[in-house]
Design a protein around this ligand. Structure first.
Ligand SMILES: Cc1cc2nc3c(=O)[nH]c(=O)nc-3n(C[C@H](O)[C@H](O)[C@H](O)COP(=O)(O)O)c2cc1C
Length: 220
């Protein structure tokens, strides 16, 4: 099928991807606009946990863990995923845990710490069912305890991303990418993991539309 939106100039593993360092919002390196996406063959997968469904009157840390668009409460990473979706026309895929997560920030933080200490692999509700349909997979996640949420490890291990182009985006509370690009690159040795990953602080979400524009334009 012909690309109906933006087209791919270079998308084969090792074929010009992954040359830039991951330096965060607006990280621009190399020529601009060299990489574009066939929306029919691109999937935007993401994990995101808005810690409330209330759009106002929340504790500061809860407030910072969600973004309100037109009265709808989104997780920060979910918001970035939607911005990428609007700009690429690709499909969204939400990574969800099989077990529901605690709604309390404090409980979630404690449980996430234990999961990390135990190197746990929390179950994923549903895998990507039609992985073969996609050449390019965006993977989005929040930083948890200076690392990936453990369910991301489950997600990475349960799919065969060999030959896929992987593009990473993340949101954080101060730790930026925190080594996660290196972690994912090592985990997905058969894939072409673009090293120009996007990251944005939960305190800067109002800048996300412009930052996502610059980043997508900087991908090559
Ligand atoms: C369990 C947990 C652990 C976290 N650990 C970190 C951390 O180590 N470093 C950091 O910068 N932010 C940390 N954060 C903040 C999140 O990365 C940040 O709020 C992010 O934007 C949440 O994205 P989401 O709304 O898409 O889930 C943590 C948040 C939670 C819930």
């Amino acid at each position: 099928m012909a690309a109906t939106g933006i087209t791919i100039a270079s998308c084969s593993p090792g074929g010009g991807l992954g040359l830039n360092n991951s330096t965060g919002p607006g990280a621009a390196g190399g020529s601009r606009g060299a990489l574009s996406f066939d929306p029919a063959r691109t999937l935007i997968s993401y994990f995101s946990v808005p810690l409330t469904d209330q759009s106002a009157n929340n504790r500061e840390d809860v407030e910072n863990s969600m973004h309100v668009v037109d009265g709808n409460v989104l997780g920060n990473t979910e918001y970035v995923a939607q911005l990428i979706q609007e700009r690429t026309g690709a499909q969204l895929f939400r990574i969800e845990t099989a077990q529901s997560l605690p709604v309390s920030m404090d409980t979630l933080t404690d449980e996430a710490e234990v999961e990390q200490e135990e190197n746990a692999r929390p179950g994923v509700k549903a895998p990507i069912s039609d992985l073969a349909a996609y050449d390019t997979i965006f993977i989005g996640y929040p930083i948890w305890w200076y690392d990936l949420p453990m369910v991301l490890y489950t997600f990475l291990e349960q799919h065969d991303f060999t030959g896929k182009n992987i593009v990473l985006f993340s949101t954080h509370g101060g730790s930026r990418l925190s080594g996660t690009v290196e972690t994912i690159t090592a985990a997905l040795s058969g894939a072409a993991v673009n090293q120009n990953a996007f990251t944005i602080s939960r305190d800067d979400m109002h800048d996300a539309p412009g930052e996502v524009d610059s980043w997508l334009g900087s991908l090559n």
